[in-house]
Design a protein around this ligand. Structure first.
Ligand code: PIR
Ligand code: CA
Length: 311
């Protein structure tokens, strides 16, 4: 049983990550925290509560940072739509938010659980994680690991060299990579292997009941956006890849590297620089995911949806 806090900005793929984290019996989801990213904080928080209501998930949800630490806000409206989760009809929230800000929730939760037992899984901009580290520096040694979706090695997203989650708050990301805790980075290179093909969607729709239909509606919208905006054959479902690692470490392979976040380049700020070969003379600070077992991955996602549907 692995304990985790999911820090997210739902977001279609974030929504699937919530379902995987709550629906897999080997995971204990201690709470969901939200951060502005794919849409405004208000919208992504509402979406998190809507996904919980739809799936019957009952865990604390705490809202976090409304904007990045330093820079102008970036929003990914072109892929996720005006609501941040366009496609399906979203139910009304079924419960209230936790009153604490996300960073405080993260600190309280990690510091009250036994040391070395809680994973942080950030799948949006890293603002809340950086704020939590500043609020309580002992967080860094107390967390079991950080498995984050973000960055890119040789495959790029928002610009020719950047990935959205890192570029949306590069100062926060730099602080997280420099902190000295065990980090697994799940970059676009890995998540572009997690394509929601027609075959994948047909199976989720057939096995997942009403919740499966909701997921198919979400990912059909997401796929159409990716086809239109990026010319991809199907939508890469980025965020649940990070969650899957805690269920089955063999779901992807990874290699140690030194990862730096570029903060000053005119054209490159927000880029992750991944040094596998020690050329920069710095110690490794992350495991970087490279190859996904797609069959295993989609089995885990489908099973979690079926499990939530049946419970
Ligand atoms: C942002 C995302 C996805 C697509 C675009 N175009 C922009 C979000 C996803 O939720 C994921 O966490 C990460 N950011 C992928 O870059
Ligand atoms: Ca996300």
């Amino acid at each position: 049983m692995e304990n985790l806090i999911l820090d997210c900005d739902p977001g279609h793929d974030d929504a699937v990550a919530i379902l995987l984290a709550a629906g897999n019996p080997q995971l204990n989801l201690l709470g969901i925290t939200t951060v502005a990213g794919n849409q405004t904080l208000e919208k992504v928080t509402r979406n998190a509560l809507a996904v919980c209501a739809k799936a019957g998930i009952r865990v604390p949800v705490a809202a976090g940072a409304e904007r990045p630490l330093v820079r102008e806000q970036l929003i990914a409206g072109e892929i996720h739509g005006a609501s941040g989760l366009d496609g399906p009809v979203l139910p009304e929230p079924a419960f209230d938010l936790d009153p604490r800000p996300a960073a405080q929730f993260i600190v309280d939760t990690v510091m009250t659980q036994p040391a070395g037992t809680v994973h942080l899984v950030p799948i949006g901009p890293l603002t809340n994680i950086a704020l939590a580290m500043r609020l309580e520096p002992r967080l860094v040694s107390r967390v079991k690991s950080v498995v984050l979706m973000g960055g890119a090695v040789g495959v790029y997203g928002r610009t020719p060299v950047t990935e959205f989650n890192i570029q949306a708050d590069p100062e926060a990301a730099a602080a997280v990579f420099e902190a000295g805790w065990p980090i697994t980075m799940v970059p676009l290179d890995l998540t572009y292997q997690a394509l929601a093909t027609d075959e994948v969607l047909a199976r989720i729709g057939a096995e997942g009941g009403e919740l499966g239909t909701f997921v198919v509606e979400m990912l059909t919208f997401f796929g159409n956006q990716y086809r239109k905006e990026r010319g991809l054959p199907a939508a890469p479902v980025h965020d649940p890849c990070a969650v899957a690692k805690l269920i089955d470490p063999a779901v992807f392979t990874s290699r140690p590297a030194f990862v730096a976040v570029e903060l000053t380049g005119t054209w490159t700020w927000g880029q992750t620089v991944t040094d596998y070969r020690g050329q920069l003379g710095r110690p490794h600070n992350a495991e970087v995911a490279d190859r996904l077992d797609t069959v295993r991955f989609w089995d885990l996602v489908t099973d979690a949806i079926v499990h939530l549907h049946n419970s």
